[in-house]
Design a protein around this ligand. Structure first.
Ligand code: RIB
Ligand code: CA
Length: 324
């Protein structure tokens, strides 16, 4: 079966690392490139982490640096969730041959969209600054993107602002540009959708003891240990959903929707991003009652947790290697 040409725009971030593991592990995609964007931590770290992960998961693709800052917004980062280096302190050496590709992320996105002649899919799991710049420089881009899936937005309460989800809060202007750009097949995997699936503590047990020959094993173990240690701290911050004994995560939910769209049921709605509200800046405002004359995104409103679990573990298993 022909592999699906895909670009992943990300801000690794430990859940970005899980997401990349799933996309590569699914075996469904011809990953044309990874574009790094500012987000969980500064671009210097997100880009280096993206490069490291592309090597660890043996993704034979270029890694591009993208935007260092949001269009206007300047907010604190999320070291309290992802650690100072963005990968919860997981230490690594970049292989000798690890180099960033020449050129800007947004130009690569356009060039690859033209090359794939309407077949390109994009998974964006960080602030949307790179994608917004690409659209502003090349307004024809949306017509060439077969499928856009983002992790972002909040149909209910936020996890960074009262009503804003982290990726969108970090660059609401970029989100509004992307929302109104006319992507024909645009799925917004928002915070509510992410909260509909999780892995129970018991289900995570095997993840704590993956065979050492599994290339995801070391980072996965560190992720779960860090999460255990971090829960009390997050409880004080009030990032409520992270305090559960279970493993809740975000970017992997967008990966699962991309890998198997039938994992969810969707509604189509018109959504805009509030870029000026005193208390609501960064809110993805959903026209639930259908006042707007058209719809611009699909929103997952029901998720199949069992299917998510199956996809997650199937992708983890794909990294098992024979004892060397
Ligand atoms: O709100 C969760 C999102 O913000 C995830 O993409 C996480 O990696 C952070 O970027
Ligand atoms: Ca992310």
């Amino acid at each position: 079966m022909l592999k699906r040409p895909l670009i992943i725009d990300c801000d690794p971030g430990i859940d970005d690392a899980e997401c990349l593991m799933m996309v590569q592990g699914s075996g469904q995609f011809d990953i044309r490139g990874i574009t790094a964007v500012h987000g969980n931590v500064p671009l210097d770290f997100t880009s280096k982490n993206a490069l490291f992960l592309s090597k660890m998961y043996e993704m034979d693709c270029p890694v591009y640096k993208g935007a260092e800052k949001a269009f206007i917004q300047r907010l604190p980062r999320a070291e309290y969730v992802h650690g100072n280096n963005g990968l919860i302190g997981f230490e690594y050496e970049l292989p000798e041959d690890a180099q960033f590709a020449e050129g800007h992320a947004w130009d690569f996105i356009w060039e690859e969209a033209v090359k794939q002649n309407g077949e390109l899919e994009i998974l964006a799991i960080g602030p949307l600054t790179n994608l917004a710049i690409a659209v502003m420089k090349h307004p024809e881009l949306p017509k060439l993107v077969k499928n856009l899936v983002i992790m972002g937005g909040a149909a209910g309460n936020g996890n960074f602002g009262v009503y804003s989800e982290y990726n969108i809060a970090q660059d609401p202007h970029a989100c509004e540009i992307v929302l109104q750009a006319g992507f024909p097949n645009f799925t917004m995997v928002d915070l509510n959708a992410c909260h509909m699936v999780h892995l129970t503590r018991e289900e995570c047990e095997p993840l704590r003891n993956l065979p050492q020959t599994n290339r995801f094993a070391a980072l996965c173990k560190r992720m779960l240990e860090f999460e255990d240690k971090n829960k009390e701290k997050l409880a004080e911050i009030g990032d409520g959903f992270l305090v559960s004994e279970d493993h809740y995560t975000c970017d992997p939910v967008a990966a699962a929707v991309l890998i198997d769209p039938e994992i969810a049921q969707y509604v189509e709605k018109y959504v805009f991003c509030d870029c000026a509200g005193e208390m609501t800046e960064g809110q993805t405002v959903i026209d639930w009652l259908g006042f707007a004359p058209f719809k611009n995104v699909k929103i997952p409103v029901a998720m199949d947790r069992e299917k998510f679990k199956e996809i997650y573990f199937r992708c983890v298993k794909s990294y098992d290697r024979e004892e060397c």
